[in-house]
Design a protein around this ligand. Structure first.
Ligand code: 6PG
Length: 257
């Protein structure tokens, strides 16, 4: 894998993935809070990060982070109300945020239930600018990888891939017949740290293509994620790296590589 495609750490299973991600999150939060008094994170949706969010809400991670100094954002949201089963906000709120008793102004959800998603995206961009300044710099962007190579709601061959003027954009995904709101690659690439969480056999082919295949970000939007000055880390389980030509050694405690 070329250095600009990032570092990769392989762990054995889903529990170790959650623990490795919680550890990275905690260290990034501690470093940002001691340097700048604040930690700005964009959460990812989907199912993979949920065990990590649940772990962060419990000892020892819960006590290691000064949660009142964390600003929560979302990398993307589905066009549903915040209590809908598909809502990325709902998942992270149930797994982590509601357990932390934060002041509501620290929790910046995308209001993608609105009929006007362009307006929702513009308002979210303004909210990010008020919280983080302009241009906004996230301390951490958590990302997932879809079986089709998407990340956040940057899906193959969709309009938001070409958006270079906005930090947040609406995006229609014809394959899903669904509307989304997503941070654009320009904003995600300003993060100090980007961590992809990748687990499962259905991620093995896209992971190999994104990391070792030829450059084709329209087909594999995850390739758009190249932090300008930050670190790019892939945390993956063994199943997900099974199709890499050059798999890295397993770094988990009990791993054999
Ligand atoms: C979403 C996402 C999306 C997700 C990937 C991986 O709202 O769907 O944020 O980009 O991270 O699809 O999802 P899984 O973790 O469920 O495989």
């Amino acid at each position: 894998m070329s250095p600009q495609r990032g570092e990769i750490k392989v762990v054995a299973d889903a529990t170790e993935l959650a623990a490795a991600a919680a550890e990275e999150f905690t260290r990034a939060a501690q470093a940002a809070i001691s340097a700048r008094g604040r930690f700005a994170v964009a959460l990812s949706g989907g199912s993979t990060p949920r065990p990590m969010y649940e772990m962060l809400a419990q000892a020892p991670y819960r006590e290691r982070v000064d949660w009142q100094r964390v600003e929560f954002f979302w990398g993307d949201e589905r066009a549903v109300p915040p209590d809908h089963p598909d809502s990325n906000f709902r998942m992270a709120n149930e797994a982590l945020i509601a357990k932390l008793a934060l002041s509501p102004e620290r929790v910046h959800r995308i209001k993608a239930e609105r009929a006007n998603l362009d307006g929702a995206a513009r308002d979210y961009q303004d909210e990010i600018a008020r919280a983080l300044g302009e241009p906004p710099n996230l301390d951490l962007a958590l990302q997932g990888l879809g079986p089709d190579g998407h990340t956040a709601s940057l899906f193959p061959y969709t309009e938001a891939l070409n958006e270079t003027a906005r930090w947040v954009a609406p995006n229609y995904v014809p394959r899903l017949k669904a509307h989304r709101v997503t941070m654009t690659f320009g904003l995600l690439n300003r993060a100090a740290l980007v961590i992809f969480l990748v687990a499962g056999a259905d991620k093995a082919a896209p992971l190999a293509q994104v990391l070792e295949g030829s450059e084709d970000p329209q087909r594999l939007p995850a390739q758009l994620i190249r932090p300008l000055n930050g670190r790019l880390l892939w945390l993956a389980n063994r199943e997900a790296v099974s199709r890499l030509r050059h798999p890295p050694v397993c770094v988990s405690a009990g791993g054999q590589g």
